[in-house]
Design a protein around this ligand. Sequence first.
Ligand code: SAM
Length: 297
Amino acid sequence: MVATTQQDTGVDGGVGATALLVAAARAIETHRPDSLAQDDFAEHFVRAAPASAGWPTRLQDVPDGDANPLWGRFARYFGLRTRVLDDFVLQAVHSAGARQVVLLGAGLDTRAFRLDWPTGSVVHEVDRAEVLAFKHEVLSAAAPTAKAARVPVPVDLRADWATALADSGFDSAAPSVWLAEGLLFYLPADAETSLIATVDRLSTPGSALAYEVKLEPDLMTYRDSPLYLATTQQIGIDLLDLFAKEPRPDSAGTLADTGWATSVHTPFEFTHRHGRGPLPEPNDALAGNRWVFAYKP
Ligand code: SAM
């Protein structure tokens, strides 16, 4: 049963619009002189959608530049996240030999085009139909060449997405790499529990999963943070309104109990590793963000 609180309005509103927010952040990151990740397609999505056509895609178009909580610090967070998960997925396919990748809540992720995939790789992009339709339209106009076979899987992740994935050619007898980037906090807790159990069920030994969670006990603690206020005021996206507010499951603990090797990281660890990215600050909406890496031995 699909809960009704999320409407599929594509990228024009609701949770779908958050895909445009991340695309704009990746466009800005791409044009930074000290860029952590390159995505030449991100700008196309931002310009194509009425909701985001006027948003900046370069930091020099932002009057207060890096001091802007949304297009400075928050965009840099997305740039860092993109880089870290690029590295995770490439390491997983190259060293573990997995050839199928599943992007859960793929949004406007263009890894199928951007990354150097081993021959025979398949990228399954799971998101809601309207978001994937917009993505298809923009990519058709730009006509880039994918570096892996790319399979859109239009389905709601609160419903029976495993059947849709199997129908798209996913082989649960072969190792796989999974990403849930910027997704789980929009889903009800029971949908996260079910998603993690499904990933486990569909993953052979040698598979890998990375996902992002927010661990603060009360999301509303940071409702007056510069990051949430700027996102609401500058582009009309109230992230706290979109997040599921109920207590979150301990997905990393569940995976560890089922035999996965897990590690939980703050984004700030990677800021130090790369020498750039967001650092902690007072009243920080990123304080509870964690990136979890899991490997099935
Ligand atoms: N992973 C992408 C990235 O990092 O660029 C997109 C992240 S965006 C913040 C969140 C994405 O999750 C959106 O594309 C949205 O449509 C998708 N999403 C949210 N709830 C979903 C659901 N119930 N079923 C499928 N996709 C969903």
